[in-house]
Design a protein around this ligand. Sequence first.
Ligand code: AMP
Length: 569
Amino acid sequence: MEIAGCVPVPRAYLCQNHRVASFQQFAETCQALSQTQSRLQMAELAGDFLAALSIDEAEAAARFMIGRALPVGEEARLNISGRAVWRVAAEIAGSMDRGEDIFAEAVDFGDAVEIVMRLRSEEPEPTLTIAEVERQLREIAAVEGRQARKRKLDMLRDLLLRATSLEAKYLAKILIREMRHGMSEGVMLEAIAHATGAPIAEVRRISMMQGDPGRVLRVLRGGSVERATPTVRPLKPMLAQAAATVADALAMLGPNIALEHKLDGARVQIHGTGDGVRIFSRRLNEITPSLPEIVEHLSAELPGRRFILDGEVIAVDRQGNPIAFQELMRRFRRIREVERLREQSPVRLFLFDILSVDGELLIDRSYQERFAILEDIARSAQVELAGRCLPANLGEAERFYDQARAAGYEGVMAKRLDSRYSPGIRGRGWLKIRGAHTLDLVIVAADWGYGRRHGWLSNYHLAARTRTEGKFAEVGKTFKGLTDEQFREMTQRLLALKTGADGATVYVRPEVVVEVAYSDIQRSAQYECGMALRFARIVRIRTDKEPQDADTIEGVAAEFANQIVHPKL
Ligand code: AMP
């Protein structure tokens, strides 16, 4: 299949005379990035560093810099928690009992690891190279089978034993995916443009296809993508913008649209590789082992075929009724329990798009053409499609929406018939019209609870995305909706993201996305945006979403305007 590696690479993008860089130099560059405020300067600093490396090292370093240990889709196999990293580091330093003091002093997790590693009697010389660190991380990820966990930790120990304290700090940060130096994927793409001389639009285009900045850099430097990615590559899924009503959606997309049921489950991208079936999540993690029934079914129905299908899985009970989303997420997390969960909560797959078939990439074809191909494949594979209609007018569209809501669907998706599939883009090709009053918001701070919730961060400050990347606007607070166990887990998670505190309020990096139900939106002077959610309650923790998937403040404003016109909606 031809994915991006096909772009002819202008000579100007090729760099010569690259040196081998030590991991220490990588760590020092990250340190410098954390002290740089301006986006432009960050892109230049990172870009200059990457430009001086060999293709292999630049690929790994670009990924490391945004807190990704391995290529997209392969990270989940590492399976090393922050707690495990801490244990190994503390053991090496012989300071297992100092955790509390160190965490109180440290500004973040990586800092804590650096502090504990400095307690070693001797600091090793920096001898690790970027390539070596990458190779060892790959080896750790490849460990499977008996005693996998122990063997992974032994290998991590070997790596940390050789690391300087600063290197250990950044290794820890990469492993828990929290760099905290402000290098987002967007800034990284600018750094890559700076490093290669490629226009930023070209860098973004390739990124849409590759889904991983390391691979983008490799493509632009003229390297073979296949060498870097011997395995199947997931593409970023196409995303949808929100529309408040069916009428709004029609006004935005024009009359030539399809409406589909919006299923309330988890996005899956299913690859037929010719010799098997592999499945990736919305965040491009491989979840093949979690969904054995889909793998078995498609392997049997479409043997030897190559394809990429896009769809949603929902979990159902034994009677076939949909069950809580959290159950489905549990299935993705607990690989060991899959067989039992498979019995308890089987999944149903619904397809709604096809990205490639028999080696031909279809993303530049229209939705209408793709759907015709999908219908064919789905029929021969006996897989369900998302229910849909091609409404002739607004009345028909509204009827479909009402029926969908009455049947219990979350809402509908409106898709322009002539739209291409834009990986990773939240464009105007697809719009979601949700019936329920819920918004996906990001937790930006939390208050320590009192009374029954003492010891937990339990009142969450909720914020919507703004147009400025990485900036969020608060629209409400809630302490409702979580179970005790979820409060405990959330407290741990937020503490790891802490950036500061003020009295009982802990400020956190905006990373945790929650779906929030509310009764209505009111005018409020309390928040800068002038709006506040009333009776907000968390309905789900969206572990499948990233902050850039959250609803926007414009979306909140549209909901606010809409509720004035249609008080019952
Ligand atoms: P949201 O999660 O609210 O941003 O809505 C977009 C998500 O809805 C997609 O990422 C899919 O996981 C899900 N979805 C459910 N049904 C469909 C459908 N028919 N077409 C596209 N996405 C769908």
